[in-house]
Design a protein around this ligand. Structure first.
Ligand code: HEC
Length: 485
């Protein structure tokens, strides 16, 4: 693999500065050993990274649209930005190398391209400025790049702990599932053993739900690149590798059961209705989508997609009666959606700061929300959204909040490294669960309701008994990192 360490790149820049070669153009003939430059492999990723924000089909700065090769080649206010075989006559090269005012990306609006990138673009033009023969010149370049992208193979040993941004107990209550790096990690809790690894296209998982048929729905992302909702069968076929089963959730249709959604940025949260018939998902694109699952995985129906939040949607939950969906957003509000009317019917504004998590009371009448303001706020979910009480105690942002399915009990997880249990009916504080050494990113109740698991920024997961607050198990889910004592 190529090194992407920032210090390595810096060393390259320093070398060019030190040698006085700040702006140079390789000229002359291509050597016989010169590697052919591919537009799709080498150039399109540069355009996507550094140029497309201003030169997409919407913005078309300078009337130049780079969303397809055909439009890019046609140019904008000027003629085509490149002249095949002649970098020195190509506007593109002039604009990415100039130290003058016309530089692209414009000064202060983006980093100038590295010398290595400039070299690539230059060589591509020298070699004829061609599009790869297997790509349609009218094809959307971002979509083509996404199609070509392949997830990396699994690492035997993680060099850095993985942040546990999603966590769930398996339906048998004996294992936990944690999001890994391009994989789902299934750990046996009593044995503290990595039982299964399910390879995924997604780099990170942000939301998990198990459906009644034992399938695991995952909301995830390659942050900034794509987001997805995919459905996996954790009991699908795999290969044994030193006692750990490895399942292919990228290609094998017996493991990757369904691909529900692709978006341009991260999907951050999921919720399943109590009857298992409806699934909701949301994320950076602010759209709340609801599927009807009664037709099975062969025929999931996107029933509604509603856009009402002004910023990322970070958490979703159905009320137990299945009539409403509650959402929390970075736009500093929580909302209530009427699933029959297919619209937002209430906005709860009291947090005044980003709201990270939302849960619902067992009688479906109250909403619980929490976020940056360190408070859990309890409010009437209908009709007026009035606050009933606020619960304080955490000393930093509350990142997760979940409601126990059977008891008057909610659990909150915070950047203050603790998990707190509360009785939302009386407002009484219960156990404060310590032990994690970093910010707590994820929470899950066990299926029988007797235990709670929490995962942290540094890969640790702890399971506690709810009744007495006792620590049951503790592990670091990052494969190959030494287990925590
Ligand atoms: C922050 C926005 C922004 C970014 C990022 C950006 N551009 Fe531009 N670009 C512009 C604007 C604005 C113009 C029009 C300038 C003018 O007309 O003087 C322009 C004009 C151009 C033109 C001339 C178009 C024509 O036909 O006259 C080219 C070529 C170009 N950009 C290439 C690039 C490349 C290559 C990159 C990435 C390395 C890039 N731009 C990144 C804003 C941007």
């Amino acid at each position: 693999m190529r090194s992407r360490h920032p210090l390595v790149n810096r060393a390259v820049v320093l070398f060019f500065l030190a040698s006085g070669v700040i702006c140079y153009l390789p000229s002359g003939r291509i050597g016989a050993d010169e590697k052919p430059v591919s537009f799709m492999r080498d150039i399109a990723p540069i355009l996507k990274e550094s140029c497309l924000a201003c030169h997409d089909a919407k913005k078309r700065s300078g009337k130049l649209d780079m969303s397809t090769f055909e439009r890019f080649a046609a140019g904008g206010n000027s003629d085509s930005p490149f002249v095949a075989g002649k970098p020195e006559e190509s506007l593109l090269i002039e604009l990415i190398t100039t130290t003058g005012k016309k530089r692209m990306p414009p000064e202060g609006k983006g980093q100038r391209l590295t010398q290595a990138q400039v070299d690539l673009v230059t060589r591509w033009i020298q070699q004829g400025a061609r599009l790869d023969p297997d790509v349609d010149s009218k094809a959307d370049l971002v979509r083509e790049l996404r199609k070509r992208w392949q997830p990396p193979s699994l690492l035997d040993h993680y060099r850095f702990p993985v942040s546990v941004t999603a966590l769930a107990f398996t339906p048998d209550g004996k294992h936990i599932v944690a999001g890994g790096h391009h994989e789902l990690l299934i750990w046996n809790i009593p044995e503290r053993r990595l039982k299964k690894r399910i390879r995924t296209r997604s780099e990170r998982s942000y939301g998990f739900v198990f459906t009644p048929d034992g399938m695991l729905v995952v909301a995830g992302a390659r942050p900034g690149q794509e987001g997805d909702v995919r459905v996996y069968n954790p009991n699908g076929p795999g290969q044994d590798a030193n006692g750990t089963m490895v399942l292919d959730g990228v290609e094998n249709p017996q493991v990757l059961v369904r691909h529900l959604l692709d978006t341009d940025d991260s999907m951050l949260c999921l919720a399943l209705s109590a009857d298992g018939k409806r699934l909701a998902a949301a994320g950076c694109d602010r759209v709340v989508r609801v599927w009807d699952l009664t037709g099975g995985w062969n025929n999931p129906k996107l029933e509604q997609s509603i856009e009402n939040h002004a910023d990322w949607v970070l958490s979703l939950t159905f009320t137990p009666d299945g009539k409403h969906l509650l959402s929390a957003s970075r736009d500093k509000t929580a909302k209530v959606w009427d699933l029959q009317a297919k619209e937002s019917v209430m906005t709860f504004p009291d947090h005044q700061q980003p709201v990270y998590a939302v849960a619902a009371s067992r009688d479906s009448k109250l909403g619980y929300s929490a976020g940056e303001d360190k408070q859990i706020r309890i409010w009437n979910a209908a009709p007026e959204g009035k606050q009933v009480r606020a619960l304080g105690g955490h000393t930093d942002s509350i990142l997760r909040l979940i409601a126990h399915p059977g008891q008057a009990l909610i659990a909150s997880a915070s950047a203050d490294k603790s998990v707190r249990l509360w009785n939302p009916d009386s407002g009484a504080a219960g156990h404060v669960l310590h032990g994690l050494s970093d910010q707590v990113y994820s929470l899950a109740f066990s299926p029988d309701g007797s235990q709670i698991a929490a995962g942290s920024y540094n890969g640790e997961v702890i399971v506690w008994n709810i009744a007495d607050g006792k620590l049951v198990a503790r592990l670091n889910v990052s494969p190959g990192l030494a287990a925590a004592p």
